[in-house]
Design a protein around this ligand. Structure first.
Ligand code: KIV
Ligand code: ZN
Length: 515
């Protein structure tokens, strides 16, 4: 019998620490439901003590999810741990994940604590957490850069206090596969009670080795939990990509001899949902979920594929949930067909009023665009979800004029609270003019860090999906907008980002920062 690897998804926590990727409560619930469909074992829904908004989001995920374990991160102190336990109250199965840095650098500079103080704090926090939950994970932050003897003492002590999972993060992505695998193996060999806990790996991708390091932690080190995120989202260069881990374990089962419980056909829908909600576009050549991951363009390859797919394919596109872009609905499709397609896509509609609102959006889009694909429906539903959450700024309409040799002009009409605002401005291009027009009224003064356009399906009929990243007062937010007209999509994305800046509950404390 092959051993099982536990898949611990931290898209909603570590993934959310990517610049601008912060998610609202409803967005987290939508992703959590999809992660459950993907059959991840553990969903880390957030860091309860980081903000009231995150606390509410974790509570909502805990209520919505039935099968996966729901987890909250907490610093290793009573206050954070109590907050995590409170947020998880409604969960069918819950885990508290306490962390404390153990590397000499982090202890001295960040925590300003001696190793003995850190050891005591770690023990005390796990003892406290065990009164609130049975399933307790301890992470030794910056574990890979910690001194082996000290780390062994900390791990042995927290297992004695009742930690059930021990996670050894490579917080800064410094490890290499063999060295990391050996590091985990040494720890497991030297810690006397190591068999009383599940060992876990958590690798960052600063040197592009997160997936390889995690797999080595399992293969060489004997870890049986991998922490990962959809599309490899995460701090800086990101975290371990779930889709790559799962497909490596499956495709090279001959080598790893491990199984995991993931339903791989849900990988691509999950990747698209996360990308759509966070505004982090997936690079075309990204393994498994990139648009080119299964595209064969050279003549020799196409010829080989036609003769036998195994010549150039080690995985099947359909096994990870790629389906040929199908026209699913159109102008004449009725409400029932729309509702059924939503069900097939696993999109839950709570109230009849929400369905009506989404159907109106669908009809409006079908008037602009004759062929409606699944990706279009996902985008419509994201827009509807944002409306349900109550936007302060809301796009109404836009007109613009551009002509070669002249400065483009744009007029944008949008809602500010319950009033309608209209503004005109010029710019270097039509997008610039439209965003200038919005800024004339809002006067946010936010710095634009990123602007990107992506076609959500193929062909020029596609809707444009625009991401705008803004920074203000130490906060970074992403806004996403979709529309067949990319100028309108840009205005929507800009207003979506302004909505996030406007909402104080979106301000969160980063888990790795000491307050
Ligand atoms: O990278 C890291 O060390 C973390 C811990 C908080 C688990 O994300
Ligand atoms: Zn991390």
């Amino acid at each position: 019998m092959s051993d099982k690897v536990i898949i611990f998804d931290t898209t909603l926590r570590d993934g959310e620490q990517s610049p601008g990727a912060s998610m609202t409560k409803d967005e987290k619930v939508r992703i959590a439901r999809q992660l459950e469909r993907l059959k991840v074992d553990v969903i880390e829904a957030g860091f309860a003590a980081s903000s009231e908004g995150d606390f509410q989001a974790i509570s909502a995920v805990a209520s919505a999810v039935k099968d996966s374990i729901v987890c909250s991160l907490a610093r290793a102190n009573d206050k954070d741990i109590t907050r995590a336990a409170d947020a998880l109250k409604a969960a069918n199965a819950k885990r508290i994940h306490a962390f404390l840095a153990t590397s000499p650098l982090h202890m001295a500079v960040k925590l300003r604590m001696s190793p003995e103080e850190v050891l005591e704090q770690a023990k005390r926090s796990i003892r406290f957490a065990r009164n609130l939950a049975d399933d307790i994970e301890f992470s030794a932050e910056d574990g890979y850069r910690s001194e082996m003897d000290f780390l062994c003492r900390v791990v042995e002590a927290v297992i004695n206090e009742g930690a059930t999972t021990i996670n050894i993060p490579d917080t800064v992505g410094y490890a290499t596969p063999e060295l990391y695998g050996e590091f985990i193996k040494t720890l497991r060999t030297r810690v006397p009670n190591s068999d009383k806990a599940v060992w876990s790996v958590h690798c960052h991708n600063d040197l592009g080795m997160a997936v390889a390091n995690s797999l080595a932690g399992v293969k060489i080190g004997g870890a049986r939990q991998i922490e990962c995120t959809i599309n490899g989202l995460g701090e800086r260069a990101g975290n371990t990509a779930l889709e790559e881990i799962v497909m490596a374990l499956r495709t090279r089962k001959d080598y790893f001899d491990m199984v995991c419980g993931i339903d791989a056909t849900q990988i691509v829908p999950t990747s698209k949902l996360v990308s759509q909600i966070t505004g982090f576009v997936v690079q075309p050549n990204k393994a498994v979920v990139g648009a080119n991951a299964f595209a064969h363009t050279s003549g020799i390859h196409q010829d080989g594929i036609l003769k036998n797919r195994d010549t150039y394919e080690i995985m099947r596109a359909e096994d990870v949930g790629w389906s040929a872009n199908k026209i699913v609905l159109g102008k004449l499709s009725g409400r029932n067909a729309f509702k059924q397609r939503l069900q097939e896509l696993g999109i839950a509609i709570e109230a009849e009023a929400n369905l009506n609102e989404a159907f109106i959006r669908f009809k409006a889009l079908a008037d602009q665009k004759s062929e409606i694909f699944d990706e279009d429906i996902i985008a419509i539903m994201s827009d509807s979800a944002a409306t349900e959450e109550g936007e302060f700024y809301k796009f109404i309409s836009l007109s613009q004029h551009s002509e070669t040799g002249e400065h483009p002009k744009s007029k944008v009409i949008f809602r500010v609270g319950d009033k309608e605002a209209s503004s005109e401005a010029e710019g270097n291009g039509p997008v610039d003019a439209s965003l200038n027009a919005i800024e004339e009224i809002v006067k946010s003064g936010a710095e634009q860090l990123l602007y990107s356009v992506n076609a959500i399906t193929s062909g020029t009929q596609s809707q444009g999906e625009v991401t705008v990243r803004l920074a203000k007062g130490g906060r970074i937010v992403n806004g996403v907008g979709t529309d067949p007209d990319i100028i309108a999509a840009s205005a929507k994305a800009y207003l979506a980002a302004l909505n996030k800046l406007h909402d104080p509950s979106q301000a969160k404390m980063n888990a790795q920062m000491t307050p």
